[in-house]
Design a binder for this molecule. Structure first.
Ligand SMILES: CC(C)(COP(=O)(O)OP(=O)(O)OC[C@H]1O[C@@H](n2cnc3c(N)ncnc32)[C@H](O)[C@@H]1OP(=O)(O)O)[C@@H](O)C(=O)NCCC(=O)NCCS
Length: 188
């Protein structure tokens, strides 16, 4: 369990928050990976194929400490009408980590997506972190990633349903936004 839960304010990020969004991404992912993630976030926020996006910022006393981004996904082969989103990235700055900020961003994001009638949410991420928020391996459920995930990392490609009964009723390959459709983003 997370030791202490930081009290934060969560709200949608606007265009005026762009510097905060990118700063949080850079600090969270560090010098090496940070620039790649900053490029990804910038690309997704400017990518019509990513819309609708859900971009949430977490503030601790007016200081942005966390960010989560969800972008549009579709299921293809066969094409379905099921509404889906991909969580990427989730970022919490180092001095605010392990205090429940990431968890609050995930929960609030999922709640808002459910309100928008999104049925499935995917993530490629830490296989021990996301299951605590309801995600489970997607490949074994017949929902394949946009790029093949090596077997040894299969558990990192995860899904959860926000509408009961969707998992099991659809199978196929997930198509992500153009800005996310680069093999280097899928080498978890
Ligand atoms: C991963 C991350 C978003 C988690 O946010 P957070 O606010 O620190 O997480 P929470 O406080 O909600 O949860 C903390 C718990 O998650 C665990 N956790 C944190 N990072 C983890 C990781 N990489 N893999 C597995 N578990 C992790 C912590 O050990 C802690 O466990 P505990 O509750 O048993 O003590 C944050 O650490 C981060 O931004 N890391 C760098 C960027 C990154 O890796 N993003 C995720 C991309 S998928």
């Amino acid at each position: 369990m997370t030791k202490a839960t930081k009290r934060i304010d969560l709200r949608k990020a606007t265009q005026a928050d762009l510097n905060d969004v990118l700063r949080v991404a850079h600090l969270a992912f560090g010098e090496e990976e940070g620039p790649v993630i900053v490029e990804l976030v910038t690309g997704l926020l400017n990518d019509p194929s990513a819309a609708p996006v859900l971009s949430l910022l977490a503030f601790d006393n007016n200081r942005a400490v966390g960010h989560i981004l969800f972008t549009r996904a579709r299921i293809t082969a066969p094409e379905t009408a099921v509404t889906a989103a991909i969580l990427a990235p989730l970022a919490v700055i180092p001095d605010a980590q392990a205090q429940g900020v990431g968890g609050q961003l995930v929960r609030e994001g999922l709640k808002r997506l459910a309100d928008q009638e999104v049925a499935l949410v995917f993530v490629l991420g830490h296989p021990t972190y996301y299951p605590r928020h309801g995600f489970r391996p997607a490949g074994a459920l017949g929902l394949q990633a946009p790029y093949p995930i090596p077997d040894k990392n299969a558990a990192a490609w995860m899904v959860q349903e926000l509408r009961a009964g969707v998992i099991g009723s659809v199978t196929g390959t997930v198509k992500c936004a153009d800005a996310l459709a680069r093999p280097e983003y899928w080498r978890e």
